[in-house]
Design a binder for this molecule. Structure first.
Ligand code: SF4
Length: 305
């Protein structure tokens, strides 16, 4: 289900103005050259099994809430894995390349003795383990989310369009908002926590500006570790965050004008696909594209999350 939160009327009609998604903003903070390769050059990146498993688990959790509350059991979630995987393969057949060959839309695991079948089985088992992690920290029978996979956007300072997808938004009877984000990555958590909180503050700012309510809780659910991290922002903090985003947007526009996107090595380089074109890894920076394929409204899932 996709729900679009009302934005200023002209916001979504401004395809050429500066705009930011949490992922792309975090990319620029992480490494300007990574931002350039992803957002301007649009270099292809092959999805990792962790990323695709994350997409699958997000889809299962989204559709779990289509069921009546009493039926949202671990067994019901496990039963959604194969059909959701089939749907993903229908939408993106190239994902089958993760297992090289012979990944069918209706996998019958015990009839696939090949290495590919074993890799698929391991992949699906991993999805099941993440769902177990989910049930260890939440009981979905007791929840009725207000929105799932909700696209939210707003215009900041009449100049910058910010937008992104929220995994889940819970609203209490008193009107308190809780923003929930599922983290499924296999990467060390501490390497990504700052990035994850940045993402949640981004959503909190959009909700505050569009609904006039500061979300009471920003919740990260780490499914692999079966852990919950709650954070409560306040209005002053979100105001500061807004100024940070405006400064970041100005820095991005400056970098585009000067074609100056420098590499900034960090632990996150381990997850970067562009070593061949990065001087930090002995590569040569690609010439700046003559016609940049800029994507200001990029809202894709965070490949590092
Ligand atoms: S390898 Fe590291 S420094 Fe180089 S582009 Fe990727 S993230 Fe940036």
């Amino acid at each position: 289900m996709t729900v679009t939160t009302p934005a200023p009327p002209d916001a979504l009609e401004r395809p050429t103005g500066p705009s930011l998604s949490p992922s792309r903003a975090a990319d620029f903070k992480t490494c300007p050259l990574l931002f350039r390769y992803r957002t301007i050059d649009r270099l292809p990146e092959r999805a990792t099994a962790d990323q695709v498993r994350g997409t699958l688990v997000h889809a299962v959790l989204e559709h779990l809430f289509d069921l009546p509350a009493a039926e949202r059991t671990p067994e019901a979630a496990a039963a959604l894995v194969a059909p959701q995987w089939s749907l993903l393969l229908e939408q993106e057949p190239e994902l089958a390349a993760l297992f090289d060959e012979a990944v069918t839309a209706e996998p019958v695991l015990d009839q696939m003795p090949s290495a590919e079948g074993a890799r698929l089985a391991e992949f699906l088992r991993g999805a099941g383990a993440l769902l177990e992690g989910y049930f260890a920290v939440e009981d979905p029978r007791r929840l009725e989310p207000a929105e799932r996979e909700a696209l939210v956007s707003t215009l900041v300072d009449d100049a910058l369009l910010i937008r992104g997808y929220i995994d889940r938004l819970d609203v209490s009877p008193a009107g308190d908002l809780r923003v929930v984000d599922y983290k499924t990555g296999g990467a060390p958590r501490e390497a990504f926590e700052g990035r994850a909180l940045f993402q949640l503050k981004f959503y909190a700012l959009v909700l505050w500006r569009t609904r006039g309510v500061v979300p009471k809780v920003l919740r990260l659910l780490y499914l692999k570790d079966a852990e919950v991290l709650d954070y409560s922002p306040d209005a002053e903090e979100l105001e500061r965050f807004e100024r940070t985003l405006l400064a970041l947007s100005e820095a991005i526009e400056r970098a585009k004008r000067d074609h100056d996107f420098r590499p900034k090595p960090s632990r996150l380089c381990d997850w970067c696909s562009h070593h061949a074109f990065c001087p930090e890894f002995g590569g040569t920076v690609l010439p700046y594209p003559v016609t940049p394929v800029d994507t200001p409204a990029e809202v894709s899932a965070d490949p590092l999350g």
